[in-house]
Each structure stands twice: as structure tokens, then as C-alpha cells.
Write a protein that binds this ligand. Structure first.
Ligand SMILES: [Zn+2]
Length: 319
């Protein structure tokens, strides 16, 4: 399961609130880009929906898995990524939905990925519902500019302020993600990012260009083009395992980015944004699972030719 690194005080306070069953219905998750707001929101949502008796989120029950995979019907993202601001209409639609009981969850959770982009009318519309919400409703407001929220909203929310990571914690996380980079580069990224892991990762990946195969994969997948995928994968059957693996990992990375785009994050590459615009989270998740199976086969010494053949079937079976 994904974990929030560092931030020990915040995690202790939240665990105590869960143990005492004293959760707020409105949290303000505040911190700069890459500080872990989205990770915290996912963990908090999973904990609220988790069906385990204690130590929530367990990470393994069905509600937890659905939240962590981004497919739980009672975790609702309130945003219109194509618009510059979050408008009053968007908030009103969510507000009307609040009074409809949860589909299957213990709670109905409304996630605002860029709360600071709500204009004043939208914020006032939200205020009305967080003043007197139904008891199953919870609101998670994510922001990198809390000062742009109305004081009346801030005073009704419990603020969870994300903190920078220490050098050892951050560098260790980067080392797992970028095993081939020298330690100095990782330490340098820690300094330049101000200790925020997401920013450090971005600094280290910015220079990485996507392979031509990855760009074509993104085009075919976004355009639901099974023939294109086959034409791409057939010549790849001749690659060696150690050539094929990094490509498949890059495809997985692009799909993960596409899922981030679906929940309102900017997305690092145009290839990911393209997929995010045309495919659902469930589509991306299925493809990621197929790629992971392919990776496991390669690591188990199955020949690249057979793996590419299997991938054609798996990736195209959803079409
Ligand atoms: Zn659980």
C-alpha cells in the first residue's frame, strides 16, 4: 500500500482521531505541489471506507482496494480539469449529490484536488453544505494556497499541513525509484525540491525523454487502436528482455500519470494527458495490470516474443 513518508506528528494525530472515533467531516490538506496531499487524501479516504475493525486503512479489504485503485463510487472528485477555475455549477452539482446516501461505502467523500481554484461563489456554495452536512459526508480540500480560501471555510476545517521530508527519508525513497542515479544527484534533488518528494521526483525525471515506442503506445491506447498496438508490438518481439523491460516500465509510468490526470493533476507528459482525456481510470488500471503481468513473465525468463504476443491479447481484449 502507498504510504505517506515523514510527517510523523500529523500521522500520530490522525491515528489518535481514528482510534477515538473523532474524525472531522472537513479536512484541509495543505502543502506545496509534490508534498503528499494526494497520497494523504487516498490514505484518509481508504481509512474512512475501510471495513477492518482496527488499524484502518488495512489496505486489503475490498473498500480499501477500491479507494486505493481510484474506483470507489463513494469517493468523488469535485473538479472540472478542463476549466481554469472550479465554478459554482461544479460545486452545486456535488452539493446536490451529498444528500443522496452512499452507494456502498460507510461515508461519502468529496475530494477537491485544487480547492484554492474555487471562485468566491463556488466557495460560498461549498460553505453552505459544510456548515450542516449529512453525518456520512466528508470533505477533503487539497490546496497549495490555503490563504485563497475564505476564512469561514478554513475555520470549519481541520488543517493537515504537510511538511518537508528529512534528507535520509527523501533520498532513500528516491533511491528506490531511481536505482541507477548516483547518490549525489538524489541529494541534490532533495535540496532543490525543498524536501518535497513529488518535486524531487519531477526534477529527476524531467530530463528523461519518452521512447518512440512509448509515444506510439500512448497514441494507440488513447485512440483505441488494436491494429496499431499489434503493429507496434510485433517488431518488439525481437528485443532482448533487458531492452523490453524499461519500455514496458515507461508505458506503466505513462499510464499512472494518465490516471493522475483523471483526478485533476497536471500530468508530466503530453502522452499521459492524451490518454487521460480519452480513457477511464479502469481502462488504465487494466492496462497497468497487463503490463505488470508481462514484466513478471520477463523476470521469470519467459521469452520476449511470447510476452509481446500475450500483451497484444491482454491490451486488446478490452477493446
Ligand atoms: Zn481496509
Amino acid at each position: 500500500m502507498q504510504t505517506l513518508l515523514g510527517n510523523e506528528r500529523l500521522k500520530t494525530a490522525l491515528a489518535a482521531a481514528f482510534a477515538a472515533d473523532k474524525l472531522s467531516h472537513c479536512y484541509l490538506l495543505a502543502g506545496p505541489p509534490g508534498s503528499g496531499k494526494h497520497t494523504l487524501a487516498r490514505i484518509l479516504s481508504a481509512a474512512m471506507q475501510c471495513s477492518a475493525g482496527s488499524r484502518r486503512p488495512c489496505g486489503t479489504c475490498l473498500p480499501c482496494r477500491k479507494v486505493l485503485d481510484g474506483v470507489h463510487p463513494d469517493v468523488i472528485t469535485v473538479d472540472a480539469p478542463e476549466k481554469k477555475t472550479v465554478t459554482v455549477e461544479t460545486v452545486r452539482r456535488a452539493r446536490a449529490d451529498v444528500y443522496v446516501k452512499p452507494n456502498e461505502g460507510r461515508r461519502k467523500i468529496y475530494l477537491f484536488p485544487r480547492a484554492q481554484d474555487m471562485n468566491p461563489a463556488a466557495q460560498n456554495a461549498l460553505l453552505k453544505v459544510i456548515e450542516e452536512p449529512p453525518d456520512y459526508a466528508a470533505f477533503l480540500l487539497l490546496t497549495d494556497a490555503a490563504e485563497r480560501l475564505l476564512p469561514t471555510i478554513r475555520s470549519r476545517a481541520v488543517t493537515l499541513q504537510l511538511s518537508p521530508l528529512s534528507e535520509p527519508v527523501c533520498v532513500e525513497a528516491l533511491r528506490r525509484r531511481f536505482p541507477d542515479k548516483p547518490r549525489e544527484a538524489l541529494a541534490d534533488a532533495w535540496v532543490r525540491s525543498g524536501g518535497f518528494l513529488g518535486q524531487a521526483e519531477q526534477l529527476l525525471t524531467e530530463g528523461e525523454a519518452l521512447a518512440g515506442e512509448t509515444l506510439r503506445f500512448a497514441d494507440c491506447f488513447a485512440g483505441r487502436d488494436p491494429l496499431g498496438l499489434t503493429e507496434l508490438l510485433v517488431p518488439m518481439e525481437r528485443l532482448r528482455s533487458e531492452q523490453l523491460l524499461p519500455l514496458l516500465r515507461q508505458w506503466t509510468e505513462v499510464l499512472s500519470q494518465a490516471m493522475q490526470v483523471r483526478v485533476g493533476l497536471p500530468g508530466k507528459w503530453e502522452a499521459a494527458r492524451k490518454i487521460g482525456r480519452s480513457r477511464t481510470t479502469a481502462d488504465c488500471l487494466n492496462a497497468v495490470r497487463s503490463l505488470q503481468r508481462a514484466e513478471e513473465l520477463l523476470q521469470g525468463n519467459v521469452l520476449p516474443g511470447s510476452v509481446c504476443g500475450a500483451l497484444q491479447v491482454w491490451l486488446n481484449s478490452a477493446e
